[in-house]
Design a protein around this ligand. Structure first.
Ligand code: FNR
Length: 195
């Protein structure tokens, strides 16, 4: 079994908000800064995906769907940072997940995933995160359990430039990145072991 402990752990970041000044995009970038050595972040895009339509799918997968699926497959793990909309997963993120779930060898199968979220409400996307966990369960993804990262009252924790100024939140994110690295190595190592 190849030793993956010292290899680079490649993370694909996905943001559930399309807003340029998104707190969740800022949280993703912060995660990239706080990653331990040997871990890298690439941020993917869900913006170009059309609305899911089985008739469109029957004509051939749209290129942005194939691209996103390939990016997920190529990553050692996926980090999803998303707001909570109306107590649940934003439609744009659910739409992206629905599309890639229809791809042959759907890319979330057995994939290590971590979730974080920032909202202006006090619960910091808790309700969204548990709904997203349920969706990932159906896709047979391996969602990291702890540490959870809930960034409530986000408007008080980021400055105008999108820098996360709240030290305890920075620590939670740094700890989650360490845990995600170990989690991805465990999942990917055991996959190699069973072939
Ligand atoms: C929200 N917001 C919100 N906040 C929350 O804590 N719980 C919720 O259920 C909702 N619902 C909701 C629905 C819709 C349609 C919008 C547009 C917003 C507020 C949300 O937390 C806030 O807009 C965040 O700033 C969105 O995240 P980004 O875009 O900054 O990443």
């Amino acid at each position: 079994m190849p030793d993956t402990r010292d290899a680079t752990t490649k993370i694909l970041g996905l943001c559930g908000s399309l807003r340029a000044q998104s707190y969740n995009l800022a949280a993703l970038k912060t995660a990239g800064e706080l990653m331990p050595e040997g871990m890298t972040l690439e941020i993917g895009s869900i913006r170009e995906l059309p609305l899911y339509d089985a008739d469109l799918q029957a004509k051939g997968l749209p290129e942005p769907v194939t691209r996103l699926s390939d990016q997920i497959r190529a990553a050692d793990a996926v980090l999803i940072a998303s707001p909570e909309y109306n107590f649940s997963v934003p439609g744009v993120l659910k739409n992206a997940i629905d599309w890639v779930s229809r791809v042959k060898d759907q890319p979330f199968n057995d994939k290590a995933v971590a979730i974080m979220g920032a909202s202006m409400g006090p619960l910091g996307t808790g309700r969204m995160q548990y709904d997203l966990r349920k969706i990932l369960l159906f896709l047979n993804a391996n969602a990291l359990v702890k540490p959870e990262v809930f960034i409530g009252s986000a408007q008080t924790k980021f400055d105008e430039q999108g820098r996360l100024t709240d030290e305890s939140t920075r620590k939670f994110i740094a700890d989650q990145m360490q845990a995600l690295r170990r989690w991805a190595q465990r999942i990917n190592g055991s996959r190699q072991a069973v072939g």
